[in-house]
Design a protein around this ligand. Structure first.
Ligand code: GUN
Length: 293
């Protein structure tokens, strides 16, 4: 069994990007600038956005954190997005999801300039992804592809079962794993909350990508020998013995599933750090594209 070490690979990627940034600096060029908008004070979102901004600083990007109160109206957020769209200093930006209920997420996603949409959530970019055109690939699926590639995991002709159909992970992942090329060329089954007999499907999978958010959902008896297991779950489970009062748990019963798996991602230290690395990669790409115009 091989652990797909997202911590190590994400560090490798960050070092590669740092070298690119250094070249830009040496040439007197503007370095990439990522902005992140956080509406409200959800603890998990704060942590994620904080990690994204800190990662920017570490690799030499410029970063801006825009914090807006949870009472922010849709109009106010759309105005902020327009400001960021127009700001030539900002190469890419993200609106951290989920948003408070008074704000229509679809309208927000549509308002982001596709050229600065480093999340890859805008329909123009999502459509390009589905059509095999060059674009921003959403960071978590992009990170999973990168892990499969760097560990040389064979995906061609394999049966990939994706659990969860979210717009951020499951849906794009199902598209990417079925694309021509590598990693891809899989036969994909996309399962979700209405899927019947899910264990019957997962036991036939060569590759399982679980993005459900239910701790310990995937048990050893749901997995065949030598399967590749990608755990996207990052649920906070209350735990008073821990200083933070919670621990992070994945979707996979790691202790037992890892005994059967050929490759498996740990939580934490698997997919999570890859998401941040790929967001940085998309921001570098956005800068290069702005420069080329
Ligand atoms: N919320 C959870 N994951 C993500 C992500 O990748 N991007 C944004 N913007 N919000 C998220």
């Amino acid at each position: 069994m091989v652990i797909l070490d997202g911590k190590k690979i994400s560090n490798d990627i960050k070092n590669e990007i740092t070298a690119e940034v250094q070249k830009m600096k040496d040439n007197g060029e503007k370095v990439p600038h990522l902005a992140a908008v956080l509406v409200g004070d959800d603890g998990a979102s704060l942590t994620y956005v904080g990690s994204k901004v800190r990662a920017c600083e570490r690799i030499g990007f410029e970063s801006t954190l825009v914090k807006m109160p949870h009472t922010t109206s849709e109009v106010e957020l759309l105005q902020k997005i327009e400001e960021l769209n127009q700001d030539d200093n900002i190469d890419g930006f993200i609106i951290q999801l989920p948003l408070p209920p008074q704000i229509n997420t679809q309208k927000v996603i549509m308002a982001v300039d596709p050229k600065k949409d480093v999340d890859g959530f805008h329909p123009e970019n999502f459509g390009k992804m589905a059509l095999d055109m060059s674009t921003f690939i959403p960071a978590t699926p992009f990170g999973i592809l990168e892990l499969l590639e760097r560990y040389d995991v064979d995906t061609k002709g394999k049966h990939t079962v994706v659990i969860g159909r979210s717009h951020i992970v499951g849906r794009p992942m199902s598209i990417l794993m079925s694309r021509k090329g590598w990693p891809g060329n899989s036969t994909v089954t996309l399962t979700h909350s209405n899927t019947k007999n899910i264990a019957q499907i997962t036991t036939q999978a060569d590759i399982i990508i679980s993005a459900l958010g239910v701790p310990n959902f995937l048990k050893a008896e749901m997995v065949k020998d030598d399967a590749v297991i990608i755990d996207v779950g990052i649920t906070r489970v209350p735990d008073e013995s821990h200083p933070k009062g919670y621990v992070i748990r994945g979707d996979v019963d790691f202790d037992n599933v890892s005994k059967k798996a050929s490759y498996i991602t740990p939580v934490p230290g698997g997919v999570g750090p890859m998401t941040i690395a790929m967001l940085l990669k998309n921001t570098l790409l956005a800068r290069e594209q702005q420069r080329a115009r």
